[in-house]
Design a protein around this ligand. Structure first.
Ligand SMILES: Nc1nc2c(c(=O)[nH]1)N[C@H]1C(S)=C(S)[C@@H](COP(=O)(O)O)O[C@H]1N2
Ligand SMILES: [Mo]
Length: 384
């Protein structure tokens, strides 16, 4: 007699989870910290994006103060992104048994919810790891980092909001740590959950402490894992793009000129620039990739150079570097930056003439400004 093959019972093939830590209470406890990290990351990321790529309407209203504004904002962006890594891993561990629920979809609503969670997980992992790789200047992908990281941030923000809305009743019933009667667990909060949460907290603390020194200089000595140490580099300041990489080595000061175009265009030699009134400023370089360091600069006020060219009050500025190619060869700055008395065409750094890597013979330094816009090896200023 023929036997028909037994029908496979998928349920038996699926792993079974009995641990109580994969429950909504743990998911809520970790999820709220992850949500907080994502919120800080989103706000500071939007600040960074608009300071770096201001839309036309914002160009002339973006403030050049406080001088440390961009440094703080970008330091928080990278620190909250790094803190999100252990939180995200812990959150995914807590909820991953839900990958194995059977049947995988019970209704249209359930199907949509699972798709939205898939999007949430994909966007979270993408944002956190693309940001991390960007801090080490590693781009193992074919697209341009900034627009994609920015666009996916909105996908992430939307899917977090949707997720919180869908899960609201569960989150609300587990939000208060001591709410009586909300836990369907016989033993209440055992030491296991507390240990897990303590472990996650320790992991967040550890990754923060060994990287935050890249921008928070008092903890500079503990900065073991951050890709750039704020104290390392010529003249006590890191360098992202060297003069050799930019083809800006060996500038001949006998032929170099600063050209200023405007209603009354003119040119200056380096000696003539040095003979103009010099201004000192203590200002940070705050790289979009996370490191920042304050330094002592001196040079000629941009405002004075523009006035000499007959620029109308409130004029903006285009700055051109002698670098031949590179995304940061040409930079524009709006009115608030151009007229700030601390915005300099710097000739000296920390008491000495700029080294080639820091932009010899002249570079821009301005307050509250992303590092990528602090143009090095300047050769021309154009009044806008
Ligand atoms: N012309 C030019 N200027 C530039 C860059 C560049 O690639 N080309 N890099 C920028 C970046 S990303 C940063 S963070 C700062 C770093 O300045 P530093 O090397 O003097 O520390 O320079 C900026 N100025
Ligand atoms: Mo940078």
């Amino acid at each position: 007699m023929e036997h028909s093959p037994p029908r496979p019972d998928f349920r038996r093939l699926l792993p079974r989870f009995t641990g109580r830590l994969h429950d909504p209470r743990t998911a809520t406890a970790i999820g709220r910290w992850l949500g907080a990290a994502f919120a800080v990351c989103l706000v500071t990321g939007v600040v960074s994006h608009y300071l770096q790529h201001p839309p036309g309407a914002l160009v002339n209203v973006l403030p050049s103060r406080p001088v440390w504004g961009y440094r703080l904002s970008q330091g928080l962006h990278v620190a909250s992104g790094i803190a999100a890594i252990p939180l995200l891993l812990a959150k995914l561990w807590t909820v991953y048994p839900r990958l194995f629920v059977w049947p995988p979809v019970t209704s249209v609503r359930h199907g949509l919810e699972r798709i939205s969670v898939g999007l949430l997980v994909a966007a979270s992992v993408f944002e956190v790891f693309s940001g991390l790789l960007n801090t080490v200047q590693w781009y193992p992908w074919p697209f341009s980092f900034v627009p994609v990281h920015f666009a996916v941030a909105w996908v992430l923000a939307g899917s977090v909001l949707l997720h919180v809305a869908v899960k609201y009743p569960l989150i609300a019933s587990h939000w208060r740590v001591d709410s009586p009667g909300t836990l369907a667990l016989p033993a209440g909060d055992g030491p296991d959950r507390r240990s897990l949460l303590r472990g996650v907290t320790a992991a967040v603390g550890a990754v923060t402490v060994v990287t935050v020194g890249q921008s928070f200089t008092p903890l500079g000595r503990l900065d073991l894992l951050a890709p750039r140490h704020p104290g390392h580099g010529p003249q006590g300041l890191p360098v992202n793009r060297t003069a050799a990489a930019a083809g800006a080595l060996g500038v001949d000061t006998a032929v170099w000129r600063l050209a200023v175009t405007g209603p009354r265009p003119y040119e200056l030699t380096l000696d003539e620039l040095r003979a103009l009134p010099q201004t000192d400023a203590e200002l940070p370089i705050a790289c979009v990739e996370g490191w920042s360091k304050s330094a002592h600069w001196s040079g000629v006020r941009i405002h004075d150079l523009l006035a000499l060219a007959g620029a109308p009050p409130g004029a903006g500025l285009r700055v051109v570097s002698l670098e031949h190619r590179g995304a940061y060869r040409v930079m524009e700055m709006g009115r608030e930056y151009a007229r700030d008395p601390l915005t300099l065409l710097a000739l000296r750094l920390n008491g000495a003439v700029l080294t080639p890597d820091h932009g010899f013979p002249a570079r821009i330094i301005a307050p509250n400004r992303p590092g990528v816009l602090q143009t090095k090896w300047v050769t021309r200023l154009e009044v806008l």
